[in-house]
Design a protein around this ligand. Structure first.
Ligand code: GLU
Length: 288
């Protein structure tokens, strides 16, 4: 299988130095291995994504000297596909509708119980609604998300893995050494798999696309390390292939916080505008 890498940004802000590190890391690994480098636009959140940022991604990456395969997959064009994948999980009895609002969830969540993204662990409010209540709420037009029943999912995974632990293979790009990581999807609780406002979630879309694009190596920032646990769970449940993973270091700002899209001064566009060259960006992001 051709080694296949991907950079999968969400166009909800300008790319910054951290994205340059991520993109060039995947690109250079693909080149070294004679593999493919894909660019995937993760724009399922149509309310937050903007065309101007999509255009900015192409511009920034071309400026950095990266090249990628065509056509570029845009997740917003593939909602029926994600819907069909979610339907498989539903048919396995692993998803349930949750009509609760953010405020309702926050007010009954256990204080301090947060998932790796900092969101409250779902307190199970609508986990065991009766069929009649679900039907009534749906008939009344109440919007709902679909959440994974983490108890049933872990039983289903245990059965599929025949007692083996759910894990992933983390590789070191320097020497290809592989470390087995034990996945802990329980840290996400009953995560949302299909959002209220669009027919997927980041985790569902990412595993479905990594599989259908034959991605063999997932390279991304260490901020997504914990996400891999939930994504491996979905891969096993959906019988999707298991890629290798490499989570790279994060770039921090002067106060020790991870760079974010709101730090305008580290945006690639701003740096370019101020006269920086792609070599400057490599130096600033400590890319060797
Ligand atoms: N779209 C995600 C982000 O911009 C990254 C997805 C991934 O690399 O798995 O944070």
């Amino acid at each position: 299988m051709t080694p296949t890498f991907r950079f999968a940004p969400s166009p909800n802000g300008e790319l910054h130095l951290g994205h340059a590190l991520s993109a060039l890391d995947g690109f250079s690994q693909a080149q070294k291995r004679g593999g493919k480098f894909l660019l995937r636009i993760e724009d399922i959140d149509t309310a937050r994504c903007r065309e101007q940022f999509v255009a900015g991604i192409f511009e920034d990456l071309a400026w950095l000297g990266a090249t990628w395969e065509q056509p570029v997959l845009r997740q917003s064009r593939h909602f029926p596909f994600y819907r069909a994948m979610a339907a498989k999980l539903e048919a396995m009895g692993l998803l349930y509708p949750c009509f609760a609002t953010r405020t309702e969830i926050q007010s009954s969540a256990q204080p301090g119980a947060a998932d790796p993204d900092g969101a409250p662990i779902y307190p199970g409010l609508h986990k065991r609604l009766s069929h009649a209540e679900i039907a009534d709420r749906k008939a009344a037009g109440q919007p709902f998300a679909l959440r994974i029943d983490s108890d049933r999912a872990s039983e289903a995974v245990a059965e599929k893995l025949n007692g083996r632990a759910l894990s992933w293979r983390e590789y070191d790009p320097a020497d290809d050494a592989i470390t087995m990581q034990i996945a802990t999807p329980e840290v996400w609780g009953d995560a949302v798999i299909v959002r209220k406002d669009f027919p997927a979630s980041y985790h569902l879309a990412v595993v479905c696309d990594d599989a259908r694009q034959d991605v063999t190596h997932v390279t991304r920032g260490a901020d997504l390390f914990q996400a891999t646990s939930l994504q491996r769970l979905l891969q096993v449940l959906l019988d999707l292939p298991e890629p290798l993973y490499a989570h790279h270091r994060l770039l921090m700002d002067d106060t020790g916080r991870k760079l974010s899209k709101s730090d305008a001064d580290t945006s690639l566009k701003a740096l370019r505008g101020a006269g920086a060259t792609p070599e400057d960006v490599r130096r600033m992001a400590q890319i060797v």
